[in-house]
Design a protein around this ligand. Structure first.
Ligand code: NAP
Length: 270
């Protein structure tokens, strides 16, 4: 897979006063080549989808559009209705990828049937899941679900998926979308980006610690990170992080400070 980043939209669409800033942020990211946009019916109760709809209005065909259905809407009929509502807010007639946001109480077989119907009707091109651990993925596969991606929490501090889920997905050619690649929570992010190894590598590469964290994700085969950024300098920095080439010594230094897992752990999620 060609390394690439998408753009997240969590927390967008909450304040009408910021709408135009948000639309411009997504458009700048697309101009720079980050044409995959990740949203969800959950974000700002549909508000984020409306922002995305405005941002992509004159360039739908260039965008790889991903949205997600709430687990409680993911019944056979509910998933179709939820998708139709999302399409309306996004002002488009299809999604490239539609994900089950996390596992809820609706039997997975029902959700998959709904997804298949949406695919037959041309309302979605593909479907996938989010926050699914290996056992959930096995179950989806056993139901003959054509799951095209799994979106999970993955960054240098949260490497648990490298034990089993990530190799499992790689073996089957299922891309992993890494959410919260910089740590969502502001305080957690500050602590993370202050780590000496990130500071030191940033200096060596004339980059920022955040760019090093993103460059590391870009080095992971079969992984697409979806950073969310509003500030133009962040958006430009995120795109530029794709051009940073970490050396074997850099990667070893990162492994030392952020060790890969030594045993199976339950999937981390927000
Ligand atoms: P994130 O992208 O890791 O972090 C976002 C924060 O990092 C924002 O405050 C942003 O600031 C800042 N930032 C972005 N680029 C930066 C840079 N180069 N340098 C310094 N700071 C930078 O966290 P996230 O929003 O939680 O995750 C990304 C996306 O993943 C979400 O937006 C959403 O689409 C998806 N997601 C999915 C799930 C799920 O359950 N499937 C869960 C969480 C997130 P500014 O905005 O001010 O620029």
């Amino acid at each position: 897979m060609t390394p690439q980043f998408g753009q997240g939209t969590w927390n967008m669409g909450e304040d009408p006063a910021r709408r135009s800033e948000e639309v411009h942020a997504l458009q700048l990211g697309m101009d720079l080549g980050m044409t995959m946009i990740d949203t969800a019916e959950m974000y700002a109760d549909g508000g984020a989808e409306e922002v995305v709809g405005e941002a992509i209005a004159d360039r739908r065909s260039q965008v790889y559009l991903v949205s997600k259905v709430y687990p409680h809407n993911a019944t056979r009929r509910g998933v179709v209705q939820a998708c139709e509502r999302s399409l309306k807010r996004l002002k488009t007639d299809y999604l490239n990828l539609y994900l089950l946001h996390w596992r809820g109480n609706v039997p997975l077989a029902e959700t998959l049937e709904g997804f298949e119907r949406l695919k037959r009707d041309g309302k979605i091109r593909d479907y996938g899941v989010s926050n699914f651990d290996t056992a959930d993925m096995e179950e989806a596969l056993a139901l003959k679900g054509a799951v095209m991606a799994n979106q999970v929490l993955y960054n240098l501090k949260r490497r648990g998926i490298e034990w089993d889920l990530l190799p499992w997905c790689r073996e089957r050619g299922i891309p992993v979308m890494a959410y919260s690649p910089l740590e969502s929570d502001r305080k957690e992010q500050q602590r993370f980006l202050a780590e000496p190894v990130l500071q030191q590598l940033a200096q060596q590469h004339s980059a920022t610690p955040a760019q090093i964290a993103l460059a590391w994700l870009a080095h992971q085969e079969g992984v697409v990170a979806i950073p969310k950024a509003m500030r133009p300098e962040h958006i430009r920095a995120n795109r530029a992080a794709l051009d940073i080439r970490l050396t074997a010594a850099d990667l070893a230094a990162l492994d030392k400070s952020f060790p890969p897992p030594r045993r199976a752990t339950p999937l981390d999620m927000l």
